[in-house]
Design a protein around this ligand. Sequence first.
Ligand SMILES: C[S@@+](CC[C@H](N)C(=O)[O-])C[C@H]1O[C@@H](n2cnc3c(N)ncnc32)[C@H](O)[C@@H]1O
Length: 497
Amino acid sequence: MNTKKEYGDFQTPVELARRVVSLVEERIGIPDLVIEPNAGVGAFLLASVQQWDDQVEYEGYEINDSYVAAAQESLKGTTAKVYQRDFFVEDWKRILARPKLNRVLVLGNPPWVTNSDLGQLGSGNLPEKSNHLGLKGMDARTGKSNFDIAEWMLVRLIEALPEHGAIAMLCKTMTARRVLRHFWKAGSGREGSELFRIDAKSEFDVAVDACLFVTTGKQTQTCTAKVFSDLDTTSESARFGFINGGLVSDIDAYRKREKLDSGSSVYTWRSGIKHDAAKLMEFTRNGDQLINGFGESVDIEEDYVFPLLKSSDIGNGKNTIRKAVLVTQQHTGDKTSGIAHRAPKTWQYLMRHAEALDQRKSSIYKNRPRFSIFGVGPYSFSQWKVAISGLYKKMSFVLVPPSNERPVMVDDTCYFVPCRSQAEAKLLLHLLSSEASAEFFQSLVFPDSKRPMTIDLLRRLSFVELARELGRLEELQALTKERTDHGQVERQLQLVM
Ligand SMILES: C[S@@+](CC[C@H](N)C(=O)[O-])C[C@H]1O[C@@H](n2cnc3c(N)ncnc32)[C@H](O)[C@@H]1O
């Protein structure tokens, strides 16, 4: 067992703890009580005692008994107490609510580990109910429920924090944002929320974006937080917040493009095909031959085989087709048994590899027809698409035309808008590639997100407002009117107009 990893164990250098403590004093003044919930060897307790001496009371909690002993040793002769405790079984409301010690400061550095890392390590160092974000169905199953243990702990601590209390903890910037979002979404912001960036590489030798997250127990309607580029109050760089139902990374930049944030779009962004069996379902072409990921030449009918663009093909703004994919359904949930009659060689191929396909891990394949895929619908077969990869930081939208009159599929790490014609696809590409669109998306995404483009983000953009801004509204209107069998788009557009 990798214990350091399991306990997210990165002990804070005392020098960093000292800088944090003096910054905290500058921000919120001298507390009555300092509590370190994951005290480790006690760096923050030590730094606080050195700063505030016996003006303040000190308590540390830590699961690892050798760390408890080390902390007790280094704090010998001070009033600080360190207890061996498991965070997950403590009653934090009771611990933090001290009538006589009103200004409680929760200080420290909670574990740097995610619930899925712990799952892989077979570790039990987890809260009992770990889906604290309340995700349901697909989101919970497809990994949106992956979170830092620190996130869970911070949410519990803030919930338990009395009004005059404050929290100052080191964590990933993403964790701090997710914690704030959790409260903002419920309409209960916290006053004085601030993120001071730290250099995690030089302090902890980890390549993540991290910060000192400071917030108080006082609730407010305002859902914004300030960002500072280092542990210095003069380094304020931006404000982020929760506006119109979503996170905004730069409020000032967002205000400039706010009109484009429609919440609903006349076009529907879709994800590409998901099958979790690239070696069997994807092929390269060698002349007329299809070659699967095992290097086998595969002799199947072309009926269910479509050209495929993967994220790596479109991520850098290109769209060179290198692959083909077996698309077994037209809608999620369609019966697949009909393939046996319509394309017997394809069916035989699937049956030959049935064991591997049946063992696909994701629970989305459970209780579905054999050889099912996901992310498929009539939209997958649209001849023209405008697509973007969700795996790249750079935002490049590409036109995806048909290839030899076959619609081109994209993989499940890409998003696309299905289009009815070349003209429509070209117009949407023009709109999406504009400066206005780039500024809008930039104001929403966070510089440290590895994969900033998500379908939720794309869905916020209003094509109508963007077309209006760029003087192409009439054209868009005319094109969508042509969509005889896409009545829904037509109606939405009328409504928006
Ligand atoms: C990132 S380290 C920080 C230690 C210390 N606060 C510091 O800043 O140096 C996280 C600490 O959390 C402790 N920890 C992990 N899981 C815990 C749990 N369930 N309850 C209490 N402490 C825990 C680890 O043993 C480790 O010492």
